[in-house]
Write a protein that binds this ligand. Structure first.
Ligand code: HEC
Length: 217
């Protein structure tokens, strides 16, 4: 009769139980897990079950949707922007912003972070003569319309052709920054003659229109 596999070492009173196999000269303990460890596991299992029932079966917790909307509603949207997005005077106001050095500087900073890769620093959509993916923004040709609100719409909502890579920037930049970027783009263009003067006279300006200073480059 051959010897059976070596029996586990019978545990002494305070001796750890060792498993019979050996790997690389290392043996493995075969101990009962400590109670604190087991209780943690059991509590977690119980909690998982209770949470799953409460959250997913009974819908006891508020969902993301209403929670997120409440959060967004609580955010302060600058007055001028809300008015800007809603009003039919959006074009006029964007032209005003495009002559406001503060808005233009802020728009320029965002543009140089977010848009240069495709539209180039000088808005020509060319870098060292090589065409970039975007369209030129400093010429008079507008695929989607050259009104300030058209330009703002493409920036906030993206191109209707999602394959082109011009995505909706509103989610990234927020509505105010988008409007400032649009103002920066417009600062490379001329407003319709007399528009700003008429607007200033009519007092529609929500922000003091700055004197048409040098368009930021
Ligand atoms: C990944 C490249 C990419 C980035 C980044 C990008 N664009 Fe565009 N943009 C495009 C492409 C491509 C088009 C043309 C879309 C089409 O033909 O449908 C376009 C179109 C536009 C247009 C419309 C031009 C027209 O002739 O009507 C505007 C305005 C514009 N982009 C502004 C911006 C601004 C501002 C940013 C930064 C916030 C930006 N883009 C970032 C690729 C980009």
């Amino acid at each position: 009769m051959s010897d059976p596999a070596p029996k586990p070492t019978p545990p002494g009173p305070d001796q750890p139980v060792l498993r019979p196999h050996t790997y690389d000269g290392i043996q493995e303990y075969d101990q009962r897990l400590p109670n604190w460890w087991l209780f943690t596991l059991y509590i977690m299992m119980g909690f998982t079950l209770v949470y799953w029932v409460a959250a997913y079966q009974l819908d006891m917790f508020v969902e993301d949707g209403p929670w997120a909307s409440a959060k967004v509603a609580g955010m302060r949207v600058p007055k001028g922007t809300a008015a800007l997005m809603a009003s039919s005077g959006a074009d006029t106001q964007l032209w005003q912003w495009s002559r406001d050095p503060e808005k233009v500087a802020s728009g320029k900073a965002a543009y140089e972070l977010t848009c240069v890769a495709c539209h180039a620093k000088d808005l020509s959509a060319k870098m060292a003569g090589v065409p970039l993916p975007g369209l030129p923004l400093n010429d008079k040709e507008w695929k989607y319309g050259g009104n300030p609100s058209d330009i703002l719409k493409i920036i906030t909502k993206g191109s209707p052709d999602v394959t082109k890579g011009m995505v909706a920037w509103e989610t990234v930049l927020g509505p105010t920054k988008c409007a400032e970027v649009a103002a920066y783009v417009l600062s490379h263009h001329e407003p319709p003659a007399g528009l700003l003067e008429a607007a200033a006279a009519a007092g529609t300006a929500t922000d003091t229109p700055a004197d048409p200073g040098p368009a930021a480059k």
